[in-house]
Ligand binder design. Structure first.
Ligand SMILES: Cc1cc2nc3c(=O)[nH]c(=O)nc-3n(C[C@H](O)[C@H](O)[C@H](O)COP(=O)(O)OP(=O)(O)OC[C@H]3O[C@@H](n4cnc5c(N)ncnc54)[C@H](O)[C@@H]3O)c2cc1C
Length: 399
């Protein structure tokens, strides 16, 4: 790209799917000799072996996640990394009766693990463009219309442009006027990772198949996805009035045997579910190695926006946190793609960077409002509709 303009010094806070996609696209389109982009992430740098650690699966869609992968020049590398979880979908009720199944492998919604997606995006970036183990504590106005970032080690630096891609509890979001805080959605979930399901539990292996499997009853959902090394990731999602119930009640630190007794034997949990589904939950409890992952789900108000603030913006979950609906990561990667285009085109034309970012935000707010409404609707069907399996069946049949 040829530009006579001085390149802005850009900080991307967060090396999740949104931040790494943006970094990849900017690194590709801005002059390489003086890349003005730095990504900051609080996590340690992932190693090559991370790829083999089960991490949950994300389905990427044609007009968003896959489009961004293509623009990063990663389509063929992506295809080599999607073998762990197929596109298969099975929907059942709590007895295990199947209401919908689709084993098509048409490339419409290929699944990639979180760790593989990180690995893939990192392959496009020079290692020194990312500062791992770097927690951002705050973002505040700096000198000459810049923004000052304060890090966990108390160091500070100033940037012309800050992009908050730091997820639900974004520090960049805290710096923006009228940006709301996330609120509890009323649903919480437990996560289990059962390694080597294929060899250790052959009957459960055929129950869940090689893609995604879900079963629903009122106020409860069981969702499983295949992962690295023959594993399965199992999510138990429930309507729970208090966001701190799992920790207040001590459920998140129960030993596996007691946890199993509670989940399988109490009416508030999975008592009365079919034998095979109970066996799956039991295998999940047996697989707990340390403290279980038990989390409340938060969201931003639907149709949320904020006062446009020169020099700082948000993408991904930091901009529009929604309950899981299969769109979060796709929306995050499309945000990154559109913001990268806005930044690059503002450097090529006479228009200012800030005007381009403002136009980007308006488009993103409109798009994310619809997706947040769909996600909320999906959560209501999953957890409040007696006929959730039938509803999902109709939804999938309509396409
Ligand atoms: C259980 C569950 C299942 C899901 N399944 C799907 C699915 O199947 N499909 C789908 O599309 N979406 C799914 N989602 C949603 C999806 O995970 C998110 O929408 C997506 O990860 C958003 O990407 P992001 O980069 O915006 O944020 P994140 O993935 O949250 O990344 C934020 C990054 O910022 C870093 N960070 C945070 N705070 C700081 C700080 N202060 N300083 C420095 N770094 C910081 C974090 O370490 C992290 O790397 C699911 C969500 C959940 C909870």
């Amino acid at each position: 790209m040829a530009t006579s303009k001085v390149l802005p010094k850009i900080a991307i806070i967060g090396g999740g799917p949104a931040g790494l996609t943006l970094a990849s696209l900017l690194h590709k389109s801005l002059p390489s000799s003086s890349s003005p982009v730095t990504v900051f992430d609080l996590r340690p740098a992932p190693s090559a072996s991370t790829l083999h650690i089960p991490s949950g699966s994300l389905d990427l869609h044609r007009g968003s996640g896959l489009l961004a992968i293509g623009k990063c020049g990663l389509t063929s590398k992506f295809k080599a990394l999607i073998a762990d979880c197929s596109e298969q979908i099975i929907v059942a009720d709590k007895s295990g009766k199947i209401w919908y199944q689709n084993h098509a492998q048409n490339g419409e919604r290929p699944e990639i693990s979180r760790n593989a997606l990180t690995y893939l995006l990192l392959s496009t970036l020079p290692p020194d463009l990312i500062r791992w183990n770097t927690k951002v504590l705050s973002v505040t106005p700096g000198s000459e219309r810049k923004w000052k970032i304060t890090f966990g080690n108390k160091e500070q630096d100033e940037f012309d442009k800050v992009v908050g891609a730091d997820g639900a509890w974004s520090k960049a979001r805290d710096a923006i006027p009228r940006a709301s805080k996330p609120f509890y959605s009323g649903a919480s979930y437990l996560t289990f990772t059962i390694r080597n399901l294929s060899t250790n539990y052959p009957s459960l292996n055929s129950l869940v198949g090689n893609g995604s499997y879900s079963a629903f009853s009122e106020h409860k959902a069981l969702i499983s996805q295949r992962g690295a090394m023959g594993s399965v990731r199992l999510y138990l999602m429930m309507t729970i009035p208090s966001s701190s119930y799992f920790s207040d009640s001590g459920l998140d630190s129960l030993p596996p045997a007691e946890l199993k007794k509670k989940l399988l034997g109490e009416e508030d949990f999975f008592q009365g579910w079919g034998n095979e589904l109970q066996e799956l939950i039991s295998a999940g409890c047996d697989a707990v190695e340390d403290k279980m992952e038990a989390r409340p789900l938060y969201m931003h108000p639907m149709g949320d926006s904020w006062t446009h603030t020169p020099g700082i913006t948000l993408i991904g979950d930091a901009a529009h946190l929604m309950t899981p609906s299969g769109e979060g990561v796709n929306c995050a990667m499309l945000d990154a793609l559109e913001l990268s285009e806005a930044i690059t085109s503002s450097l090529e034309t006479e228009g200012g960077l800030d005007e381009a970012v403002k136009a980007f935000e308006e488009k993103m707010w409109k798009r994310s409002k619809e997706l947040m409404e769909d996600a909320d609707q999906m959560l209501k069907i999953m957890l409040e509709d007696k006929n959730a399996p039938q509803q999902f069946c109709q939804m999938f049949q309509k396409g």
